[in-house]
Design a protein around this ligand. Structure first.
Ligand code: F6P
Length: 328
């Protein structure tokens, strides 16, 4: 396949952790493709489904009534086997045997790495669309699902704030994000949290205790500390125990967990998902074969796929200073 090959059929998959808004992208890709006379195959369960040749042809009504639904109708998976070259060869062969001219991958940085390898080694035309609640892919300010996850977490924190304030309590509220602090930073800023602990930050218990005591001296009854889950989901329990044992500060812990991954996408995720899906097909029709559809300079753009090869929470990290300044 080369850049001048006319695109007659494409396949689409969702990979890694699902995120709200993936369905909006699928819907947009399918309807734009069909409107332009291009066949679309929906691959079930990400790269795992591709390796199992598990896909069906989609039509306009396959994607009816999904724009408001969280998760992904195609289902997703984490597929370590795709890191092996012989499996990427198999995937390329399956696509070729079916006459599929390009693959659209919606997922996070791991899914992008697989897509880049498939493109570079096997020459399969690939378009990547960033979809993960973690907002942590290089080359884009935004990943589909982040806004919805943040909104879900904000609603939870606001509720906890009510009870914390009513009983003068300190709460550690742990949000998702693995090695990314994006959700923690945005939620911290938007809920007026007293502190945000980043995923890559060494926890300084003395500093946390000092900040809580400073707040109490200023008449603060309660404190909310947002914790990025980091490498160890549930690490807030350890922090709370140490604070009690070494500094005699009692606190409560709430780990929000997978509630942040589900739910109906916000208007932001629906809108960007729709625009990105459409641009993915347009990009292919223009003859591009190794692109990602990203948000940059607050605009949806088609850029080289290789720009998105790294895990990076750069977009929200830029606001770390504001989170610190406001959380006194
Ligand atoms: O999809 C991203 C993410 O939700 C991270 O925030 C989290 O650390 C991880 O996935 C959890 O993965 P799993 O659902 O496979 O446990």
């Amino acid at each position: 396949m080369n850049a001048k090959t006319k695109i007659t059929s494409v396949a689409i998959l969702t990979s890694g952790g699902d995120s709200p808004g993936m369905n909006c992208v699928i819907r947009s890709v399918v309807r734009t493709a069909i409107g332009n006379g291009i066949k679309v195959y929906g691959i079930n369960k990400g790269y795992e489904g591709l390796l199992n040749n598990d896909m069906i042809e989609m039509n306009a009504s396959s994607v009816g009534n999904i724009i408001q639904r969280g998760g992904t109708i195609l289902q997703s998976s984490r597929c370590p086997e795709f890191r092996e070259k012989h499996n990427r060869e198999k995937a390329a062969q399956i696509l070729e045997d079916r006459g599929i001219k390009a693959l659209i991958v919606i997922g996070g940085d791991g899914s992008f790495k697989g897509a880049i390898a498939l493109n570079q080694e096997m020459g399969v035309p690939v378009i990547g669309i960033p979809g993960t609640i973690d907002n942590d892919i290089s080359g884009t300010q935004y990943t589909i699902g982040f806004d919805t996850a943040v909104q879900t977490a904000i609603e939870a924190v606001d509720k906890i704030r009510d009870t914390a304030a009513s009983s003068n309590r300190t709460f550690f509220i742990e949000v998702m994000g693995a090695k990314s602090s994006s959700i923690a930073l945005k939620v911290g800023i938007c809920t007026g949290a007293e502190n945000v602990l980043l995923s890559d930050q060494k926890v300084d218990h003395q500093k946390i205790a000092d900040a809580i005591r400073r707040g109490i001296r200023r008449g603060k009854g309660s404190s909310i500390i947002i914790v990025a889950e980091g490498d160890k989901p549930g690490r807030s329990y350890d922090i709370a125990h140490i604070l009690k044992d070494l500094h005699d500060i009692s606190s409560k812990v709430c780990v929000l967990g997978h509630i942040q991954r589900g739910g109906s996408p916000t208007s932001n995720d629906r809108f960007l998902g729709s625009v990105m899906g459409q641009m993915a097909i347009e990009t292919l029709m223009e003859g591009n074969t190794q692109n990602a559809i990203v948000v940059r300079d607050d605009r949806v753009q088609s850029v080289p796929l290789s720009d998105c090869s790294e895990k990076s929470d750069h977009a929200m990290k830029a606001f770390k200073g504001i989170a610190e300044e406001l959380s006194i």
